[in-house]
Design a binder for this molecule. Structure first.
Ligand code: F6P
Length: 334
């Protein structure tokens, strides 16, 4: 039996723990198995580039950021029918029986498409997918994305560092956060570090209220701005500065973007545990001959949610905004 592993979309911490778990579970649970890593994510499926993995190839990588297999953006899969067909042809030519993959929403669609095309050709193979993205925006009603908690930890560190200067200089920092159109990463980063305000992607912002808050706080204000919010950090700064000048306020405003730094560094404990667990459960499911599906898990030890790809890509399967109770708590704790 040939098992392929693919890490796709934007890299994130926890992907290596996933690779390690899938590789070791497969090799240690079944004698006649070969594990193949697809190189550079979906670009590797287009190019047909893979390398065989052994237990020792995955030694010491659990907490390592990025992905040892690499992941290139491959927009041509979305754009070109020919590329989608090539992925299927390469898959069959490589003789893969099971495909255990993780990534963001684009990768989920690519896995869904591969599964559909295989079935249309009468080829019943197992395509299994779980979410790995700092954005936590892939079927998050069924589980938390691998990488999400690591990105919160990274953001928390950065927000604590910037607090020092904000406080010393009585400055306001307008801080950019990744997260695509989902509020999850910026809001949870704000929650864990007590940011004074988080602007969510779809929010109708009351800038006068923010100005009052800046004046009332006096020393340090950190405002996180979600990716997806239509104004740039500089535009927000200009709006706030104009109001503060009218009040003859002493507050200065600076901008900084956490951006790509949020994606790097060591995986958090929860991401490592969840990546191990879900990878292990996916291998067991593949060996048990279970159907192609999306796997989601909130915790290690809990039976993963397994749903069809059709269900996983439904907009209702993903909350983009934060549950009201959590927002209310955040506002209460300001
Ligand atoms: O999906 C993860 C993510 O980091 C998003 O938060 C961000 O919008 C995007 O990837 C950036 O993509 P790229 O690395 O291709 O610039």
């Amino acid at each position: 039996m040939k098992v392929a592993i693919l890490t796709g979309g934007g890299d994130c911490p926890g992907m290596n723990a996933f690779i390690r778990s899938v590789t070791r579970s497969a090799i240690n649970l079944k004698k006649e198995v070969e594990v193949w890593g697809v190189l550079d994510g979906w670009a590797g499926m287009i190019a047909g580039s893979y390398r065989q993995l052994d237990v020792l190839d995955t030694a010491g990588i659990s907490r390592l950021g990025g992905t040892i297999l690499g992941t290139l953006r491959a927009p041509e899969i979305k754009e070109q029918e020919e590329m989608r067909e090539r992925v299927v042809n390469n898959f069959l030519e490589a003789g893969f029986d099971a495909f255990i993959s993780c990534g963001g929403s684009g990768s989920l669609r690519a896995a869904h498409d591969l599964n559909r095309r295989l079935r249309a050709r009468g080829e019943e193979r197992q395509i299994l997918f779980t979410s790995a993205s700092i954005d936590n925006d892939v079927a998050n009603t069924y589980g938390t994305s691998i990488g999400f908690y690591s990105a919160i930890e990274r953001s928390m560190e950065m927000m604590e560092w910037i607090r020092d200067t904000a406080s010393a200089h009585r400055r306001v920092y307008v801080v950019g956060s990744m997260g695509r159109n989902s509020a999850y990463l910026p809001v949870y980063a704000g929650l864990t570090t007590g940011a004074e305000y988080v602007i969510r992607p779809d929010e109708q912002v009351d800038y006068d209220r923010i100005v009052d808050m800046i004046e009332a706080r006096d020393r340090d204000t950190r405002i996180i701005v979600s990716e997806g919010y239509p104004r740039t950090l500089d535009e927000i700064t200009a709006i706030l500065s104009t109001s503060l000048e009218k009040l003859h306020s002493a507050h200065e405003i600076r901008t900084v973007d956490m951006g790509y730094f949020q994606r790097g560094g060591m995986a958090s404990v929860t991401d490592v545990l969840r990546a191990n667990w879900i990878g292990h459960c996916m291998v067991q499911a593949a060996f048990a001959g279970e159907k192609s599906s999306f796997f989601g898990a909130f915790h290690i030890g809990a039976t993963p949610n397994k749903v069809t790809f059709e269900e996983a890509i439904r907009p209702e399967a993903t909350h983009e905004d934060i549950p009201r109770a959590i927002m209310e708590m955040m506002i209460t704790l300001r």
